[in-house]
Ligand binder design. Structure first.
Ligand SMILES: *Cc1c(COP(=O)(O)O)cnc(C)c1O
Length: 434
């Protein structure tokens, strides 16, 4: 499965389907707003990554925060993926899927607590990606308390610029992430003194939604250079963790609908270019296992948010399409000014198009999915689909405005399976007292 998306129109009524399953049926059965994901697309993306690095020792550690649904973690685990986690909660999710997967877990994040370290040590994770000297000190203390050796990789900040949204750029010295690469050798020397720390790797992650391969190559090259230095210093470095961050194309119309043809996206070509840049950078380091932490690339295009139009209203010249999904369900447009393609579930013969704001019911002006967007005319009761919502959608959702979170459905071999039921008001009220 190498197409950009699993969503396509089919049948004489031209109904939008996910891997052949009609989305109007799913909306009827499970209600809206509804997240729908393709298992085949996610597994296919993982396979693309695995094949692109097949000739060198590697482990693809899926970044759990992109979409932490248990069913998605389970399908990736079954295909041999490892996991990149950023909290004790994400560790719990991985362990709930498969306790043995702990051996394939790398733990990133700038603010690990003692309790999170203890849990990860108990579970026996592969590697702690340590992001500060303070964290290294605390980890040494926790590991010695448990008399368990902690395998450590320092996340270095390579000071590489990558073109992306400032909120998801992480590889510059001014960002909170990692340890300045110029200080790294000194920190490894400190780490080597701790009895229960094993410095085994170097890691890097320069940001998210990065579309060119070049900055990944530049960052990996700096890390490779550091590994050579560290080995000369006497450290046993086995792992080079090149992080995640490979982007997708959000400005991609559904095939057949594309009038301009301005944007294209070939996932296989993207991974191949990315892999070539990373592999070239690590050519000069022998006996190293490459770790990669893709998140968005594996799941973004596999998922969509199905929503029903509540009202269409006009304020002066402006048209507002008010849907039952809102920023609490998918915050990317509000948070990052992110673009999502929006398409109707039923493709009509009518060529009528309007320029409209596609918004949710939440009481915030930031609650929009598209502004001044030309789109097919929709009316109250119509279903629409917000595409490419598989990554950083549901995991960033909230109950703002006391809105229960959407249900999630996974399409597997042409069948839809509810993998998370819609929240109820009881779920929301449960932790509170009067
Ligand atoms: C968020 C994150 C990733 C995944 O980023 P994507 O852009 O989703 O691929 C990988 N590694 C670390 C350390 C991260 O914080």
């Amino acid at each position: 499965m190498n197409s950009a998306r699993p969503f396509a129109y089919s049948g004489k009524d031209s109904i939008l389907c996910c891997d052949g399953v009609q989305l109007d049926r799913l909306a009827k059965k499970f209600g809206t707003p509804l997240y729908v994901y393709s298992a085949e697309q996610i597994a296919g993306r993982l396979k693309l990554f695995q094949e692109s690095f097949a000739e060198i020792p590697h482990l693809i550690c899926y970044a759990v925060k992109a979409n932490s649904a248990l069913a998605i973690l389970k399908l990736l685990d079954a295909q041999g993926a490892g996991f990149d986690i950023v909290s004790g909660g994400e560790l719990e999710r991985v362990l709930a899927v498969n306790r043995a997967a702990a051996a394939r877990v790398v733990f990133s994040g700038v603010g690990k607590t003692a309790a999170e370290m203890d849990a990860a040590l108990r579970a026996g994770i592969l590697l702690f990606n340590v992001e500060s000297e303070g964290e290294l000190e605390l980890l040494a203390e926790r590991a010695s308390k448990q008399r368990k050796r902690a395998r450590v990789s320092l996340r270095v900040n390579p000071d590489v610029f990558a073109e992306t949204h400032p909120y998801i750029s992480t590889g510059l010295r001014e960002h909170k992430f990692g340890i300045d690469i110029r200080r790294a050798r000194r920190v490894y020397r400190e780490a080597a003194k701790a009895k229960y720390l094993d410095a085994r790797g170097v890691s890097v992650h320069i940001g998210s939604q990065i579309r060119s391969a070049e900055p990944f190559g530049a960052a990996a090259e700096r890390v490779a250079g550091l590994i050579r230095d560290l080995r000369r210093d006497g450290h046993t470095i086995e792992f080079l963790d090149a992080g995640g961050g490979l982007g997708i194309e959000y400005h991609l119309s559904l095939s057949g609908d594309d009038a301009s043809g301005a944007h294209s996206f070939d996932p296989k070509e993207k991974v191949t270019q990315y892999a070539a840049a990373v592999k070239k950078a690590v050519e000069g380091v022998s006996d190293v296992t490459l770790l990669l932490e893709p998140g968005r690339f594996l799941v973004a295009q596999a998922g969509a948010l199905v929503t029903r139009v509540l009202y269409v209203k006009k304020n002066g010249e402006k048209v507002f399409v008010i849907a039952d999904a809102a920023m609490n369900d998918l915050i990317r447009p509000a948070l990052y000014q992110a673009h999502h393609e929006i398409v109707p579930v039923t493709r009509t013969k009518s060529k009528k198009r309007v320029v409209a704001d596609f918004v949710g019911p939440v009481c915030e002006s930031g609650d929009f999915f598209a502004r001044d967007r030309e789109m097919p005319a929709l009316k109250s009761g119509d279903l629409a689909v917000i595409l490419d919502a598989g990554a950083y959608g549901m995991p960033l959702s909230s109950n703002y405005n006391s809105r229960p979170r959407p249900a999630e459905v996974l399409i597997e071999r042409g069948r839809a399976r509810l993998i998370r039921r819609r929240e109820t008001m009881q779920d929301l009220l449960a932790p509170e007292t009067l």
